[in-house]
Design a protein. Structure first.
Length: 269
């Protein structure tokens, strides 16, 4: 099976194997349950109670994911937290990791890309080869982000993310829970219905550490060579891979089970 190839399905898109069918049913049940719960903390506890097996949360250390990290740490929900270190983070992002671990007394698992694959990529494409084409950039994201994500999620039954409906038109229908046929687990988005105002109020009220770059015109923060501050009036994703003209720029973390084209996301991976 290739990276973007989904498991076999019956007409109408339903999975053919009984396990996947059961997971789809569980995801639908969790989606309804989470929609009826008002607080993030209660939603996380419901996720922990509803998913049998390990649950992992992938944090980009942006403001969205920092809110979820706070709730995981303060509810003792037993959800594993990990982050992807691409080797090209801003110093401010690493400062956020350090500050977060210190504030909550937790260890965030850090996943690194395969060093041999990175060396081969740079040897073939150059240090900034990802700027030559969209394909080259996606190849870099594949090695530095997607492959480590796949390793981090191996064996997990649930995957918590910070996707929100307000982040983009392409995410306006993000569910609270769904079955991911590529990772073969339940993908959970506990703040899917949150507005940016509600998010910022929650962060301020709980004195949650945030990346200093957010206050310097960086609403979306990724790798340092691929991210710049945005100008007044620009889309919040304008600072990501700014040399590209395509719509829906993304690294591929949340689109493996769909089309290889990438949808937008703010303030996260």
């Amino acid at each position: 099976m290739t990276l973007f190839e989904a498991p076999a399905t019956a007409p109408g898109g339903q999975p053919t194997d009984s396990h996947s069918a059961a997971q789809h049913a569980l995801a639908a049940e969790l989606d309804r349950e989470l929609a009826a719960i008002t607080t993030l903390e209660e939603r996380l506890l419901a996720i922990r109670a509803g998913v049998d097996g390990s649950i992992a949360f992938s944090t980009s250390l942006g403001i969205v994911d920092q809110a979820i990290t706070h709730a995981i740490a303060t509810t003792a929900s037993g959800i594993d937290i990990f982050t992807l270190d691409t080797g090209r983070h801003f110093p401010e992002t690493l400062d956020t990791l350090f500050d977060t671990e210190g504030k909550y007394g937790i260890k965030i698992r850090v996943m690194f890309p395969n060093s041999a694959a990175v060396e081969e990529l740079v040897e073939n494409d150059g240090v900034y080869g990802f700027r030559y084409s969209v394909e080259a950039r996606k190849a870099c994201c594949e090695i530095r982000k997607v492959e480590p994500l796949n390793r981090a999620l191996k064996g997990a039954a649930g995957w918590v993310t910070g996707l929100r409906r307000e982040q983009s038109q392409g995410r306006s229908h993000v569910p609270f829970a769904s079955y991911d046929p590529v990772q073969k687990l339940i993908k959970l988005n506990p703040i899917a219905d949150w507005s940016l105002e509600k998010l910022e109020d929650y962060v301020a009220a709980n004195k949650i550490p945030v990346n200093a770059l957010h206050a310097k015109g960086f609403p979306s923060i990724g790798c340092q060579p691929c991210t710049r501050a945005i100008k007044p009036g620009e889309d919040i994703r304008a600072g990501r891979w700014w040399w590209e003209n395509e719509n829906g720029k993304e690294c591929g973390l949340h689109t493996q089970s769909e089309d290889p084209g990438f949808e937008p996301k703010d303030r996260a991976a």
